[in-house]
Every structure is written in structure tokens, then in C-alpha cells.
Design a protein around this ligand. Structure first.
Ligand code: UD1
Ligand code: PEP
Length: 421
């Protein structure tokens, strides 16, 4: 079993470059199925979710060239078949649900096992199914996998109101509706930057998606799909993780390849705490920041504070002064980092699904467990702040979403290594 070992308590400085966004690329890869041609993706992060999706795509017949160091994926989907994908890697990540939308869009049918992903409490996919059904697909179960098939060989455009703002259901509906007869209107759509990124690729492949990034998306069904070249947007969650770390223990850190507008609510919180930053066109420099004050955080859909950043920012909150709380309104059970950070000496607890903390804290190294991806990232940040040695187990979660985390942290001066146990 692999572990991450950190000798913490040291200041850091330097420059770190953010990779392509996990939550974009995991949708862009399945989206290439619609091209029925060759699609080149650039800025692809070296994360295990990408490896899993590449494996699944190859099982389906895609021919893929992966140039890891260059961040390039060349995907030829001409020989892809809609075959049953009940088990295996499908259950190792959340984004496998995008195969439903992409296969339905190209072949009118899909058989895909239930998605995995981080355990953040219940993560139903009822909105995805409702949208596929509204477009004219029927759902049944085949070998414990979800089978979807369009009733009359074609999906039909319609108006779909999303009961909740859902990233996955919005993108999945875009994928399936791209080839439907007529126009589909998604109301109460999610507005995350990753949705715009997927719409951009779809349009470059021949789709007609308008309004992505607003809460009403119109998709006019199209027929002539083709290859394209696309660069993945920078990962705003990875960027936020390094910004939080830099604010806690940085003596001047530049976080490069950042789209500031994607991080506005996060930056606003850092400013409220008193973090000193210089914002440039593509980068944010975090200056040495002292006497930070405790703040409260409520996670909400984009453009509000991202749920995926509440765990990575927690160690920074613990380094401030005062009392505060975190309320995650997207996943109220996204609290598994709390007992682990408490083991490192943090004054933090959960009261009625609200995380409450008191600061400052003198964190001390401990043996802790990454219970999920962002909890793991939070523990890496906590381990760097803490005095002494922190050993993190279950690091497979972290490697799902953080490209070259050991190398990037080392370049900032962190004493960190990955060890085989
Ligand atoms: C691969 C990917 O992009 N993952 C992201 C995506 O997950 P994911 O797409 O799974 O998250 P959603 O935006 O769909 O979930 C938002 C909320 O809606 C609920 N819901 C969702 C779908 C559904 O059919 N029924 C339902 O009730 C969820 O339980 C959750 O409370 O957005 C989340 C919210 O920003 C992020 O934390 C994840 O990192
Ligand atoms: C929860 C996350 O990922 P997933 O939806 O892929 O489990 C995340 O990226 O923080």
C-alpha cells in the first residue's frame, strides 16, 4: 500500500503550475465518442481518473495515444461500440456516468454500471435518468448495470427542468441531446466553468449548444459530428488547494495557469481572512500573510464557494485566529476530514452537520487516512503546516485528482515523499 509521508512545519516558496481540470477532462473524454472521428485533447492532467477512462474507452474500441509528459490525448472513436460496461473501472470513478449520455447520443443505447467516486454521503443520479427519459429513452437494469435505450431509435428534444442544480446531470443531458431531433432546453442548469468547457468541445465537434455557463442551455440536435482539437481549462480546485497552502505557510508563492474569474468566491474568502495577493492575468501570487482571521464558509453551486474546496481550505482556517464554521449545502456529510484533522490536534468538530472550529491550532504530525479525494488534499495541506511527521494512507483517492502532487509540492520546498509500505 502506498502512503504519503510529510515532514512538516517548514515555510515554502516558489512557483507551481496548475494542470488541466479533472472535472472537465473526465467529461471531455467520454464526449469524444460523439465525434466518431479523431479528437486531440491538450492540457490533460496525469491523474488516475484519466487512466481509468482511457482503459474503459479502449475496451469499447477507441484507439488512444497518450503522451503523459506533454499532456496530450489523441482519441480515435471511429471503432467504438456501445457494449455493456457493468463492472471494473466503471465503479472506480464518478464520471463514468458520462458514458450513458455519450453512448445514448451516438448509438441510442447504453449499458453502464453505477458510478463510483468519492463517498460524500448519498449521491443519487435520478436527475440524469429523468432527463434521459424525458428525451425518449427507457431505463431498465441489465446484469446490475443501468440499461438505457431510446424508444423509437432517436431521442427527441424537449424542455427539462432540473429539480436541483447538478453538474453531472447538466453535462449528461447536453451529451445525449446533442444528436436528438429538435431542440432541448435545460432549465436550472448548473453554471460551472467545466460545463462551458464541455460545450466548447461539443460545438467544435459539430454540436449546437448555446447558453452554457448560464442557467438555461439550448441544444439544437445536430447530425454531422467530426474531430476537433481542444485544450482543457485549468483546474480551479487544484489552484485553490495550492492557494490555501500558500496562504498558510508561504513566503511568496506564485500559482500559475489560473483563470481568476473561476475562483472569485474562493479569492473573496481569502481576502476576507486577510491573505495578501497580487492577481495577474494568468497567475496569482500569494505573499507572506500574518494575523489571518477566522471566517465562515457556506458551499453552494457555482459561482458560489465550491464544495470541492471546503476540505482543502480547512487547514488554513485552522491557522487563523478566532472561531468559525463550514456548512456544506451540496454534501452535508462531506465531513470525513474532520476526525482526521482532530487527530492532528485541531480544535474542530461536527455539530448537526456543521463543521465548527477554533483557531489558532498547533497541528502535530500523525498517521491519518485520506477518506476521499479532497479530504486527502486537505490532509496533505495540514501535514505541511503541522510540526513533525504526517503519514497519509489511502492515497489512491488523492491521485484520482492531483497531477504530480509530490513533484509540485517538492518544487515549493515541501519535504514530502510517496512510499511503498
Ligand atoms: C466528476 C465531477 O464533475 N464531480 C463533481 C460534480 O459531481 P456530481 O456531478 O456528482 O455532483 P452534482 O452537481 O450532480 O450534485 C449536486 C447535488 O445534487 C444532488 N443530485 C445530483 C444528481 C442527481 O441526479 N440527483 C441529486 O440529488 C447531489 O446529491 C448533490 O447534493 O459536481 C460536484 C458538485 O459541484 C462536485 O463536488 C464533484 O467534484
Ligand atoms: C468529489 C469529487 O470528485 P468525484 O465527483 O469524481 O467523486 C471531487 O473532485 O472533489
Amino acid at each position: 500500500m502506498r502512503k504519503i509521508v510529510i515532514n512538516g512545519g517548514k515555510r515554502i516558496s516558489g512557483k507551481v503550475t496548475v494542470s488541466g481540470a479533472k472535472n472537465s477532462v473526465v467529461a471531455l473524454i467520454p464526449a469524444t465518442i460523439l465525434a466518431n472521428d479523431i479528437v486531440t485533447l491538450e492540457g490533460v492532467p496525469d491523474i488516475s481518473d484519466v487512466t481509468s477512462l482511457v482503459e474503459i474507452m479502449e475496451i469499447m474500441g477507441a484507439k488512444i495515444e497518450r503522451h503523459i509528459a506533454e499532456g496530450i490525448l489523441i482519441i480515435d472513436t471511429r471503432d467504438v461500440k456501445s457494449m455493456p460496461l457493468p463492472y471494473g473501472k466503471i465503479n472506480s470513478l464518478r464520471a463514468s456516468y458520462y458514458f450513458n449520455g455519450a453512448l445514448l447520443g451516438r448509438f441510442g443505447k447504453s449499458t453502464v454500471g453505477l458510478p463510483g467516486g468519492c463517498d460524500l454521503g448519498p449521491r443519487p443520479i435520478d436527475l440524469h435518468i429523468k432527463a434521459f427519459e424525458a428525451l425518449g429513452a427507457e431505463m431498465s437494469f441489465l446484469e446490475s448495470a443501468m440499461h438505457l435505450e431510446s424508444v423509437d431509435a432517436k431521442l427527441h428534444g424537449t424542455t427539462i427542468y432540473m429539480d436541483m442544480v447538478s453538474v453531472g446531470a447538466t453535462i449528461n443531458t447536453m451529451l445525449a441531446a446533442s444528436t436528438a431531433d429538435g431542440t432541448t432546453i435545460i432549465e436550472n442548469a448548473a453554471r460551472e466553468p467545466e460545463i462551458i468547457d464541455v460545450a466548447t468541445l461539443l460545438n467544435n465537434m459539430g454540436a449546437k449548444v448555446r447558453g452554457a455557463g448560464t442557467d438555461v442551455i439550448r441544444i439544437q440536435g445536430a447530425k454531422n459530428f467530426h474531430g476537433a482539437r481542444h485544450t482543457v481549462i485549468p483546474d480551479r480546485i487544484e489552484a485553490g488547494t495550492y492557494l490555501a497552502l500558500a496562504a498558510a505557510v508561504g513566503d511568496g508563492v506564485i500559482v500559475d495557469n489560473v483563470i481568476y474569474e473561476h475562483l472569485e468566491s474562493f479569492i473573496a474568502k481569502l481576502e476576507e481572512m486577510g491573505v495578501r495577493m497580487t492577481i495577474r492575468e494568468d497567475s496569482i501570487e500569494v505573499h507572506k500573510s500574518d494575523n489571518l482571521k477566522a471566517v465562515n464558509i457556506k458551499t453552494v453551486p457555482y459561482p458560489g464557494f465550491a464544495t470541492d474546496l471546503q476540505q482543502p481550505i480547512t487547514p488554513l482556517l485552522l491557522s487563523t485566529k478566532g472561531r468559525g464554521w463550514i456548512m456544506d449545502t451540496i454534501y452535508e456529510k462531506r465531513i470525513n476530514h474532520v476526525p482526521e484533522m482532530a487527530r492532528m490536534g485541531a480544535k474542530i468538530s461536527v455539530i448537526n452537520d456543521k463543521i465548527v472550529y477554533e483557531a489558532p491550532n498547533e497541528l502535530v504530525g500523525a498517521q491519518v487516512k485520506a477518506t476521499d479525494l479532497r479530504a486527502g488534499a486537505g490532509l496533505v495541506v495540514a501535514g505541511i503546516i503541522a510540526q513533525g511527521t504526517t503519514t497519509i494512507s489511502n492515497i489512491e483517492f488523492i491521485l484520482r485528482g492531483y497531477d504530480s502532487i509530490i513533484e509540485k509540492m517538492t518544487s515549493l520546498g515541501v519535504d514530502i515523499k510517496l512510499v511503498e509500505d
